[in-house]
Design a binder for this molecule. Sequence first.
Ligand SMILES: *Cc1c(COP(=O)(O)O)cnc(C)c1O
Length: 468
Amino acid sequence: MSKREYFSLLPSVEEVLNNEDLKGIINDYPRDLLVEKTRFVIDDFRKIIVSSKVEELLDFELNIDIIVKNIIEEVKDEYELHLTKVINGTGVIIHTNLGRAPISETIKEDIWNRIGGYCNLEYDIQKGKRGLRYDHLENIIKKLTGAEDVLVVNNNAAAVLLVLSTLAKEKEVIVSRGELVEIGGSFRVPDVMEQGGAKLVEVGTTNKTHLRDYKNAINEQTAALMKVHTSNYKIMGFTKEVSLEELRVLADEVELPLIEDLGSGVFIDFSKYNLKYEPTVKNSIDKGVDIVTFSGDKILGGPQAGIIIGKSKYIKKMKENQLTRALRVDKLTIATLEATLRLYLDEQKAIENIPGLKMITMSEEELTNKADQLLDILNKLDLSDVEFNIEKGSSQVGGGALPLEYIDSKVINIKPKNISVNKLEEKLRLSKSHIIGRVYDDKYILDVRTIFENEFEIVAKEIVNIFN
Ligand SMILES: *Cc1c(COP(=O)(O)O)cnc(C)c1O
């Protein structure tokens, strides 16, 4: 065929839009988008003809079905929401790149019913007058932590910023050198201090800080003593940190507020579940910390939020700070956080229904059951180009919590026979269900701890698509 003949095979936009297959989806998408993509695809085919030699076009398939198929793909691609579900087979429970804390299924309908339309976000129904958005969270957080007062902002970085800007602007804050953490590259204690207008005074050394180091650094410019939970690393060996109890005594002597950035927001004593003890929020309040900050979407298991709790006299000042308006949370966050926190009124219920907690505390027996179940589904596929087996692995809490804690887990090792494990990783990641696994030691593995049971069949389906 000559190039001219190929060109003559290109349909007109009108012709394409009258195609039966396209008509089938015409009501599902904006007409302008269909027209735009039709022009785009026809033009794309034209360019191929223009830029190719006639010999190269011998295998070139050009008919209306192919064109329509391409258009439908383009349209779907553009219309699909970009934020999408993935399946987390990495074993990292609080995975910052994968949306941090998974949110409880049990609360979703309730949240939508309450706030989908209008709601009492800033309205006091009793009085028929303006109310405060923070009121919805106040009682529940007070009850769970024993704190006097509460303020919730956008995230924990914002919480720390607001605390420092309110209590220590143009003043000094004393922090141990062992606690100058960076979290995920975007939160660095020294930088947040600077943003908050506070001057950081580092004391002690990386591995050892003594009470006298804090004492010696105090002067008229000092506005607060601050402790930062080293939530993503641990200093081991010859170490010394000053306890909250000691800092409390010192803070009282010099009449300065004691601030603690806890990071993760733990409400449950993990040592009861054979895990290492991670300081709880209540522990800090009980030990007399004046202001504690933590995230809503790490171990707590809620939406992104920064929770500030502590003494009323300080929180009152924060509420009056202009910054609070810029850092405020919306109704979606408040509703999701309130509903998540309510689950904590019954610890068993929290562990059962908040996915992150359930994954952290999962017993070996549960993990074995999960792995057996998934393996069984995969083996039943009866695929000849791939093998599966269960191995021991280790999960991580992640998200700056239980820093060195690798918890024993069960993983499925998937061994493809004709493609590399890296290729398999890519295919599963780019599949419709976006399965994210781990490649190490030239193995491809899926950690069953972070995969929900109702996702097992989906994993199987994508594996069939690859190996069938
Ligand atoms: C995670 C973390 C932060 C930052 O919290 P975001 O909610 O991500 O803003 C701050 N401090 C500590 C100690 C943390 O672990």
